[in-house]
Design a protein around this ligand. Structure first.
Ligand SMILES: CCCCCC/C=C/C(=O)SCCNC(=O)CCNC(=O)[C@H](O)C(C)(C)COP(=O)(O)OP(=O)(O)OC[C@H]1O[C@@H](n2cnc3c(N)ncnc32)[C@H](O)[C@@H]1OP(=O)(O)O
Length: 397
Protein backbone atom coordinates (compact mmCIF):
# COMPACT_ATOMS: atom_id res chain seq x y z
CA UNK A 1 0.00 0.00 0.00
CA UNK A 2 1.22 3.52 -0.69
CA UNK A 3 -0.02 6.49 1.27
CA UNK A 4 -0.27 8.52 -1.91
CA UNK A 5 -1.63 6.01 -4.41
CA UNK A 6 -1.02 7.24 -7.92
CA UNK A 7 -0.93 10.87 -6.78
CA UNK A 8 1.65 13.44 -5.72
CA UNK A 9 3.35 12.87 -2.37
CA UNK A 10 2.07 16.13 -1.03
CA UNK A 11 -1.52 15.86 -2.20
CA UNK A 12 -4.21 17.83 -0.35
CA UNK A 13 -6.72 16.42 2.10
CA UNK A 14 -9.95 17.34 3.81
CA UNK A 15 -9.76 16.83 7.55
CA UNK A 16 -11.76 17.35 10.76
CA UNK A 17 -11.29 18.14 14.59
CA UNK A 18 -7.96 18.57 16.39
CA UNK A 19 -6.50 16.03 18.81
CA UNK A 20 -3.00 16.91 20.03
CA UNK A 21 -1.45 13.83 21.67
CA UNK A 22 2.11 14.82 20.69
CA UNK A 23 3.12 18.06 22.33
CA UNK A 24 5.69 20.39 20.71
CA UNK A 25 8.11 19.38 23.48
CA UNK A 26 8.02 15.82 22.19
CA UNK A 27 8.89 16.88 18.66
CA UNK A 28 12.70 16.77 19.11
CA UNK A 29 12.34 13.05 19.78
CA UNK A 30 11.47 12.72 16.09
CA UNK A 31 14.68 14.54 15.15
CA UNK A 32 12.81 17.78 14.43
CA UNK A 33 13.98 21.32 14.99
CA UNK A 34 12.17 23.57 17.51
CA UNK A 35 14.80 26.32 17.73
CA UNK A 36 14.36 30.09 17.32
CA UNK A 37 14.02 31.94 14.01
CA UNK A 38 17.71 33.02 13.85
CA UNK A 39 18.78 29.65 12.37
CA UNK A 40 15.76 29.08 10.17
CA UNK A 41 15.54 28.41 6.42
CA UNK A 42 14.17 31.10 4.10
CA UNK A 43 11.04 30.74 1.98
CA UNK A 44 13.36 30.40 -1.01
CA UNK A 45 15.23 27.50 0.64
CA UNK A 46 11.90 25.91 1.34
CA UNK A 47 10.67 26.33 -2.26
CA UNK A 48 13.91 24.81 -3.51
CA UNK A 49 13.47 21.85 -1.19
CA UNK A 50 9.90 21.34 -2.45
CA UNK A 51 11.26 21.20 -6.01
CA UNK A 52 14.16 18.98 -4.97
CA UNK A 53 11.91 16.40 -3.37
CA UNK A 54 10.33 15.68 -6.74
CA UNK A 55 13.76 14.90 -8.17
CA UNK A 56 14.75 12.29 -5.60
CA UNK A 57 16.02 9.20 -7.38
CA UNK A 58 14.74 6.76 -4.78
CA UNK A 59 11.31 6.53 -3.20
CA UNK A 60 12.08 7.40 0.46
CA UNK A 61 9.33 5.13 1.78
CA UNK A 62 5.96 5.87 3.33
CA UNK A 63 7.23 6.83 6.79
CA UNK A 64 9.49 9.56 5.40
CA UNK A 65 6.85 10.71 2.92
CA UNK A 66 4.45 11.07 5.81
CA UNK A 67 6.96 13.19 7.70
CA UNK A 68 7.51 15.34 4.60
CA UNK A 69 3.79 15.75 4.15
CA UNK A 70 3.25 16.79 7.76
CA UNK A 71 6.12 19.30 7.71
CA UNK A 72 4.93 20.73 4.41
CA UNK A 73 1.42 21.28 5.77
CA UNK A 74 2.76 22.76 9.01
CA UNK A 75 5.14 25.04 7.10
CA UNK A 76 2.49 26.29 4.68
CA UNK A 77 -0.71 26.26 6.77
CA UNK A 78 0.47 26.15 10.40
CA UNK A 79 -0.90 23.73 13.03
CA UNK A 80 -3.46 21.21 11.88
CA UNK A 81 -6.75 23.06 11.60
CA UNK A 82 -9.01 20.72 9.65
CA UNK A 83 -11.42 18.06 10.90
CA UNK A 84 -10.14 14.55 11.57
CA UNK A 85 -11.24 12.15 8.81
CA UNK A 86 -13.55 9.28 9.69
CA UNK A 87 -12.24 5.73 10.21
CA UNK A 88 -12.91 4.78 6.59
CA UNK A 89 -10.65 7.46 5.19
CA UNK A 90 -7.59 5.51 6.35
CA UNK A 91 -4.99 7.26 4.20
CA UNK A 92 -6.30 10.73 4.96
CA UNK A 93 -6.48 9.86 8.64
CA UNK A 94 -2.83 8.73 8.66
CA UNK A 95 -1.80 11.98 7.01
CA UNK A 96 -3.94 13.99 9.37
CA UNK A 97 -2.38 12.18 12.35
CA UNK A 98 1.12 13.01 11.11
CA UNK A 99 0.29 16.69 10.63
CA UNK A 100 -1.62 16.94 13.86
CA UNK A 101 1.27 15.32 15.74
CA UNK A 102 3.40 18.38 14.99
CA UNK A 103 1.22 20.27 17.47
CA UNK A 104 2.01 23.95 17.62
CA UNK A 105 5.43 23.76 15.94
CA UNK A 106 5.96 27.12 14.25
CA UNK A 107 5.71 27.47 10.46
CA UNK A 108 9.36 28.60 10.39
CA UNK A 109 10.65 25.60 12.34
CA UNK A 110 8.59 23.25 10.16
CA UNK A 111 10.08 24.88 7.07
CA UNK A 112 13.60 24.37 8.44
CA UNK A 113 12.89 20.75 9.34
CA UNK A 114 11.51 20.14 5.87
CA UNK A 115 14.63 21.65 4.26
CA UNK A 116 16.92 19.59 6.54
CA UNK A 117 15.07 16.38 5.81
CA UNK A 118 15.14 16.91 2.03
CA UNK A 119 18.83 17.74 2.14
CA UNK A 120 19.55 14.48 4.05
CA UNK A 121 17.45 12.52 1.54
CA UNK A 122 19.19 14.12 -1.44
CA UNK A 123 22.63 13.39 0.02
CA UNK A 124 21.81 9.75 0.71
CA UNK A 125 20.26 9.16 -2.72
CA UNK A 126 23.44 10.50 -4.34
CA UNK A 127 25.91 8.45 -2.29
CA UNK A 128 26.27 4.71 -3.07
CA UNK A 129 23.59 2.65 -1.37
CA UNK A 130 24.74 1.00 1.88
CA UNK A 131 22.46 -1.87 0.95
CA UNK A 132 24.15 -2.88 -2.27
CA UNK A 133 23.56 -6.44 -3.48
CA UNK A 134 25.66 -9.01 -1.66
CA UNK A 135 27.77 -9.64 -4.77
CA UNK A 136 29.04 -6.06 -4.62
CA UNK A 137 29.89 -6.19 -0.96
CA UNK A 138 32.90 -7.54 0.86
CA UNK A 139 33.32 -11.19 -0.07
CA UNK A 140 33.97 -13.88 2.56
CA UNK A 141 37.46 -14.37 3.95
CA UNK A 142 38.04 -17.63 2.05
CA UNK A 143 36.93 -19.22 -1.24
CA UNK A 144 35.02 -21.83 0.76
CA UNK A 145 31.97 -19.59 0.69
CA UNK A 146 30.72 -17.76 -2.37
CA UNK A 147 28.04 -15.11 -2.07
CA UNK A 148 26.23 -13.77 -5.12
CA UNK A 149 23.15 -11.65 -5.69
CA UNK A 150 21.04 -11.83 -8.81
CA UNK A 151 17.38 -11.64 -9.81
CA UNK A 152 16.33 -10.62 -6.30
CA UNK A 153 18.01 -13.68 -4.77
CA UNK A 154 21.13 -13.68 -2.59
CA UNK A 155 22.80 -17.07 -2.76
CA UNK A 156 25.25 -18.28 -0.12
CA UNK A 157 27.08 -21.25 -1.59
CA UNK A 158 29.23 -23.65 0.45
CA UNK A 159 32.20 -24.16 -1.82
CA UNK A 160 34.48 -26.86 -0.45
CA UNK A 161 33.41 -29.77 -2.60
CA UNK A 162 36.62 -31.79 -2.05
CA UNK A 163 35.71 -31.93 1.66
CA UNK A 164 32.00 -32.42 1.01
CA UNK A 165 31.46 -28.79 2.08
CA UNK A 166 32.37 -29.51 5.72
CA UNK A 167 32.13 -26.30 7.74
CA UNK A 168 35.37 -24.80 9.05
CA UNK A 169 35.26 -22.22 11.84
CA UNK A 170 36.02 -19.53 9.26
CA UNK A 171 33.01 -20.67 7.22
CA UNK A 172 30.70 -20.33 10.24
CA UNK A 173 31.97 -16.77 10.63
CA UNK A 174 31.60 -16.04 6.93
CA UNK A 175 28.05 -17.42 6.89
CA UNK A 176 27.15 -15.19 9.83
CA UNK A 177 28.53 -12.16 7.95
CA UNK A 178 26.79 -13.19 4.72
CA UNK A 179 23.43 -13.57 6.46
CA UNK A 180 23.83 -10.22 8.19
CA UNK A 181 24.58 -8.58 4.84
CA UNK A 182 21.75 -10.41 3.07
CA UNK A 183 19.27 -9.31 5.72
CA UNK A 184 19.98 -5.71 4.65
CA UNK A 185 20.56 -6.03 0.92
CA UNK A 186 17.99 -5.48 -1.82
CA UNK A 187 17.27 -9.14 -2.45
CA UNK A 188 13.87 -10.58 -1.62
CA UNK A 189 14.97 -14.15 -0.89
CA UNK A 190 18.14 -15.73 0.50
CA UNK A 191 19.30 -19.21 -0.46
CA UNK A 192 21.85 -21.55 1.12
CA UNK A 193 23.20 -24.29 -1.13
CA UNK A 194 26.34 -26.34 -1.81
CA UNK A 195 28.82 -26.89 -4.64
CA UNK A 196 29.56 -30.38 -5.96
CA UNK A 197 27.87 -33.64 -5.04
CA UNK A 198 27.25 -32.88 -1.35
CA UNK A 199 25.10 -30.20 0.26
CA UNK A 200 27.23 -30.29 3.43
CA UNK A 201 28.93 -32.92 5.60
CA UNK A 202 28.38 -30.85 8.75
CA UNK A 203 30.96 -29.58 11.13
CA UNK A 204 34.52 -30.05 9.91
CA UNK A 205 35.79 -32.54 12.46
CA UNK A 206 39.29 -31.13 12.20
CA UNK A 207 37.93 -27.97 13.89
CA UNK A 208 38.42 -29.92 17.10
CA UNK A 209 42.09 -30.52 16.44
CA UNK A 210 43.15 -26.87 16.58
CA UNK A 211 43.54 -26.54 20.33
CA UNK A 212 44.06 -22.96 21.56
CA UNK A 213 46.36 -22.00 24.42
CA UNK A 214 43.54 -22.55 26.93
CA UNK A 215 43.29 -26.20 25.84
CA UNK A 216 40.18 -28.31 25.37
CA UNK A 217 38.11 -26.23 27.77
CA UNK A 218 38.81 -23.01 25.89
CA UNK A 219 38.20 -24.72 22.54
CA UNK A 220 34.80 -25.93 23.78
CA UNK A 221 33.93 -22.50 25.17
CA UNK A 222 34.73 -20.63 21.97
CA UNK A 223 33.08 -23.27 19.73
CA UNK A 224 29.88 -23.06 21.82
CA UNK A 225 29.89 -19.26 21.53
CA UNK A 226 30.38 -19.45 17.76
CA UNK A 227 27.67 -22.10 17.42
CA UNK A 228 25.26 -19.97 19.40
CA UNK A 229 25.94 -16.86 17.26
CA UNK A 230 25.64 -18.91 14.09
CA UNK A 231 22.26 -20.40 14.98
CA UNK A 232 20.98 -17.06 16.28
CA UNK A 233 21.49 -15.61 12.80
CA UNK A 234 19.15 -18.23 11.36
CA UNK A 235 16.57 -17.64 14.10
CA UNK A 236 16.60 -13.89 13.49
CA UNK A 237 16.94 -13.86 9.71
CA UNK A 238 14.15 -11.55 8.54
CA UNK A 239 13.60 -12.58 4.91
CA UNK A 240 12.44 -15.84 3.32
CA UNK A 241 15.31 -18.30 3.72
CA UNK A 242 15.43 -21.26 1.36
CA UNK A 243 17.72 -24.32 1.47
CA UNK A 244 18.52 -25.76 -1.94
CA UNK A 245 19.78 -29.16 -0.81
CA UNK A 246 21.81 -30.35 -3.79
CA UNK A 247 23.04 -33.61 -2.22
CA UNK A 248 23.52 -35.46 1.09
CA UNK A 249 23.34 -33.36 4.25
CA UNK A 250 24.94 -34.25 7.59
CA UNK A 251 24.92 -32.86 11.13
CA UNK A 252 24.40 -29.16 11.63
CA UNK A 253 23.45 -28.65 7.97
CA UNK A 254 20.42 -30.84 8.68
CA UNK A 255 19.48 -29.52 12.09
CA UNK A 256 19.27 -25.88 10.99
CA UNK A 257 16.81 -26.83 8.24
CA UNK A 258 14.10 -26.54 10.89
CA UNK A 259 14.85 -22.78 10.91
CA UNK A 260 14.47 -22.34 7.14
CA UNK A 261 11.21 -21.27 5.57
CA UNK A 262 11.39 -23.64 2.63
CA UNK A 263 13.63 -26.66 1.89
CA UNK A 264 13.96 -28.00 -1.67
CA UNK A 265 15.92 -31.22 -2.13
CA UNK A 266 17.23 -33.33 -4.97
CA UNK A 267 16.10 -36.97 -4.80
CA UNK A 268 19.80 -37.77 -4.31
CA UNK A 269 19.86 -35.98 -0.96
CA UNK A 270 19.85 -37.73 2.40
CA UNK A 271 19.52 -36.30 5.89
CA UNK A 272 21.75 -37.62 8.65
CA UNK A 273 22.26 -36.44 12.23
CA UNK A 274 24.72 -38.94 13.76
CA UNK A 275 25.11 -37.12 17.07
CA UNK A 276 25.17 -40.16 19.35
CA UNK A 277 27.75 -41.84 17.09
CA UNK A 278 29.92 -38.77 17.63
CA UNK A 279 29.30 -38.54 21.38
CA UNK A 280 27.49 -35.25 20.75
CA UNK A 281 23.99 -33.87 21.15
CA UNK A 282 21.56 -31.98 18.88
CA UNK A 283 22.02 -28.34 17.93
CA UNK A 284 20.47 -25.81 15.54
CA UNK A 285 17.30 -25.83 17.70
CA UNK A 286 16.53 -29.32 16.36
CA UNK A 287 15.72 -30.60 19.87
CA UNK A 288 12.71 -28.28 19.61
CA UNK A 289 11.98 -27.95 15.87
CA UNK A 290 12.28 -31.64 14.90
CA UNK A 291 9.69 -32.98 17.37
CA UNK A 292 7.39 -30.14 16.29
CA UNK A 293 7.89 -30.87 12.61
CA UNK A 294 7.82 -34.67 12.59
CA UNK A 295 6.53 -35.76 16.00
CA UNK A 296 8.61 -36.88 18.94
CA UNK A 297 9.30 -40.49 17.97
CA UNK A 298 10.46 -39.76 14.41
CA UNK A 299 12.61 -36.95 15.80
CA UNK A 300 14.09 -39.30 18.40
CA UNK A 301 14.96 -41.85 15.73
CA UNK A 302 16.96 -39.20 13.91
CA UNK A 303 18.46 -37.31 16.84
CA UNK A 304 19.13 -40.17 19.28
CA UNK A 305 19.75 -43.11 16.94
CA UNK A 306 21.11 -41.21 13.94
CA UNK A 307 18.63 -42.70 11.47
CA UNK A 308 19.49 -41.40 7.99
CA UNK A 309 16.44 -40.27 5.99
CA UNK A 310 16.07 -40.33 2.23
CA UNK A 311 14.82 -37.15 0.59
CA UNK A 312 11.38 -38.73 0.15
CA UNK A 313 11.23 -39.72 3.83
CA UNK A 314 12.35 -36.26 4.94
CA UNK A 315 9.63 -34.78 2.77
CA UNK A 316 6.98 -37.13 4.14
CA UNK A 317 8.02 -36.06 7.63
CA UNK A 318 7.80 -32.35 6.86
CA UNK A 319 11.50 -31.49 7.08
CA UNK A 320 11.69 -31.03 3.31
CA UNK A 321 9.15 -28.99 1.37
CA UNK A 322 9.51 -30.72 -1.99
CA UNK A 323 11.78 -33.25 -3.69
CA UNK A 324 12.86 -32.91 -7.35
CA UNK A 325 14.46 -35.43 -9.71
CA UNK A 326 18.20 -34.82 -9.68
CA UNK A 327 18.32 -34.31 -13.46
CA UNK A 328 15.97 -31.31 -13.37
CA UNK A 329 16.59 -30.17 -9.79
CA UNK A 330 18.60 -27.00 -10.46
CA UNK A 331 16.46 -25.86 -13.38
CA UNK A 332 13.13 -26.39 -11.64
CA UNK A 333 14.16 -24.97 -8.29
CA UNK A 334 15.80 -21.79 -9.61
CA UNK A 335 12.90 -21.08 -11.96
CA UNK A 336 10.55 -21.32 -9.05
CA UNK A 337 12.73 -19.16 -6.79
CA UNK A 338 13.05 -16.48 -9.47
CA UNK A 339 9.27 -16.29 -9.69
CA UNK A 340 8.93 -16.09 -5.88
CA UNK A 341 11.58 -13.37 -5.71
CA UNK A 342 9.28 -11.07 -7.69
CA UNK A 343 6.63 -11.14 -4.95
CA UNK A 344 6.37 -7.96 -2.84
CA UNK A 345 9.37 -8.23 -0.47
CA UNK A 346 7.81 -6.32 2.39
CA UNK A 347 4.76 -8.57 2.42
CA UNK A 348 7.03 -11.63 2.58
CA UNK A 349 9.11 -10.14 5.40
CA UNK A 350 6.05 -9.18 7.39
CA UNK A 351 4.46 -12.60 6.95
CA UNK A 352 7.69 -14.25 8.09
CA UNK A 353 7.85 -11.91 11.06
CA UNK A 354 4.36 -12.89 12.19
CA UNK A 355 5.18 -16.58 11.88
CA UNK A 356 8.62 -16.36 13.54
CA UNK A 357 7.92 -13.81 16.28
CA UNK A 358 5.70 -16.18 18.20
CA UNK A 359 8.61 -18.63 18.44
CA UNK A 360 11.67 -16.40 18.67
CA UNK A 361 12.07 -16.26 22.44
CA UNK A 362 11.70 -20.02 22.72
CA UNK A 363 14.17 -20.66 19.89
CA UNK A 364 16.80 -18.42 21.48
CA UNK A 365 16.40 -20.24 24.78
CA UNK A 366 16.70 -23.64 23.07
CA UNK A 367 19.80 -22.50 21.17
CA UNK A 368 21.44 -21.29 24.39
CA UNK A 369 20.71 -24.59 26.12
CA UNK A 370 21.87 -26.78 23.22
CA UNK A 371 25.12 -24.80 22.88
CA UNK A 372 25.87 -25.07 26.56
CA UNK A 373 25.20 -28.84 26.61
CA UNK A 374 27.49 -29.28 23.59
CA UNK A 375 30.22 -27.31 25.32
CA UNK A 376 30.29 -30.09 27.93
CA UNK A 377 29.91 -32.88 25.35
CA UNK A 378 32.92 -31.70 23.36
CA UNK A 379 35.06 -32.25 26.45
CA UNK A 380 33.79 -35.81 26.96
CA UNK A 381 35.71 -39.01 26.20
CA UNK A 382 32.84 -40.23 24.03
CA UNK A 383 33.18 -37.25 21.73
CA UNK A 384 36.98 -37.19 21.69
CA UNK A 385 37.15 -40.89 20.82
CA UNK A 386 34.58 -40.57 18.01
CA UNK A 387 36.45 -37.68 16.42
CA UNK A 388 39.78 -39.47 16.78
CA UNK A 389 38.25 -42.51 15.04
CA UNK A 390 37.08 -40.44 12.09
CA UNK A 391 40.38 -38.64 11.79
CA UNK A 392 42.35 -41.87 11.94
CA UNK A 393 40.10 -43.14 9.08
CA UNK A 394 38.70 -45.92 11.24
CA UNK A 395 35.11 -44.69 11.00
CA UNK A 396 33.01 -43.16 8.30
CA UNK A 397 29.38 -42.34 9.01
C1 LIG B 1 31.80 -24.05 15.81
C2 LIG B 1 31.51 -25.47 15.96
C3 LIG B 1 30.07 -25.78 15.80
C4 LIG B 1 29.83 -27.26 15.87
C5 LIG B 1 28.44 -27.57 15.64
C6 LIG B 1 28.13 -29.03 15.88
C7 LIG B 1 28.00 -29.72 14.62
C8 LIG B 1 27.88 -31.02 14.58
C9 LIG B 1 27.90 -31.78 13.31
O1 LIG B 1 27.79 -31.28 12.22
S1 LIG B 1 28.09 -33.45 13.50
C10 LIG B 1 28.41 -34.07 11.90
C11 LIG B 1 29.86 -34.03 11.57
N1 LIG B 1 30.09 -34.67 10.29
C12 LIG B 1 30.49 -35.90 10.15
O2 LIG B 1 30.69 -36.61 11.12
C13 LIG B 1 30.74 -36.39 8.75
C14 LIG B 1 32.10 -37.02 8.62
N2 LIG B 1 32.33 -37.44 7.24
C15 LIG B 1 31.98 -38.64 6.78
O3 LIG B 1 31.46 -39.47 7.47
C16 LIG B 1 32.24 -38.91 5.33
O4 LIG B 1 33.29 -38.10 4.90
C17 LIG B 1 31.01 -38.64 4.44
C18 LIG B 1 29.95 -39.71 4.74
C19 LIG B 1 30.43 -37.27 4.69
C20 LIG B 1 31.39 -38.72 2.95
O5 LIG B 1 32.00 -39.96 2.69
P1 LIG B 1 32.67 -40.22 1.24
O6 LIG B 1 31.70 -39.93 0.18
O7 LIG B 1 33.27 -41.57 1.27
O8 LIG B 1 33.80 -39.11 1.13
P2 LIG B 1 35.14 -38.99 1.98
O9 LIG B 1 34.96 -39.50 3.34
O10 LIG B 1 36.27 -39.58 1.19
O11 LIG B 1 35.29 -37.39 2.09
C21 LIG B 1 36.02 -36.64 1.17
C22 LIG B 1 36.97 -35.75 1.94
O12 LIG B 1 36.21 -34.88 2.79
C23 LIG B 1 36.59 -35.02 4.14
N3 LIG B 1 35.43 -34.78 5.00
C24 LIG B 1 34.18 -35.11 4.77
N4 LIG B 1 33.40 -34.73 5.77
C25 LIG B 1 34.18 -34.15 6.68
C26 LIG B 1 33.95 -33.55 7.94
N5 LIG B 1 32.73 -33.43 8.45
N6 LIG B 1 34.98 -33.04 8.59
C27 LIG B 1 36.22 -33.10 8.08
N7 LIG B 1 36.52 -33.66 6.88
C28 LIG B 1 35.49 -34.16 6.19
C29 LIG B 1 37.10 -36.43 4.23
O13 LIG B 1 37.94 -36.58 5.34
C30 LIG B 1 37.83 -36.57 2.91
O14 LIG B 1 39.04 -35.87 3.06
P3 LIG B 1 40.38 -36.41 2.36
O15 LIG B 1 40.11 -36.45 0.91
O16 LIG B 1 40.59 -37.79 2.92
O17 LIG B 1 41.43 -35.46 2.76
Amino acid sequence: MTLWPGGPWLGGTSLETTNHWLSPLQVPALGLHVGGPAMLASQKDFNNAVSQVKLLKEDPGNEVKLKLYALYKQATEGPCNVPKPGMLGFINKTKWDAWNALGSLSKEAARQNYVDLVSRLSASSESPSPEAPAADRKQPESDSLVVTSEDGITTIRLNRPAKKNALTTQMYRDIIAALQAASKDESAITVLTGSGDYYCSGNDLTNFTHLPAGGLEEMARSAAALLRDFVNCFIDFPKPLVAVVNGPAVGISVTILGLFDVVYATDRASFHTPFSHLGQSPEGCSSYTFPKIMGSSKAAEMLLFGKKLTAQEACAQGLVTEVFPDGTFQKEVWARLKAYSKLPPNAMRISKQIIRNREKEKLHAVNAEESSVLRERWQSDECMNAIASFLSRKVKL
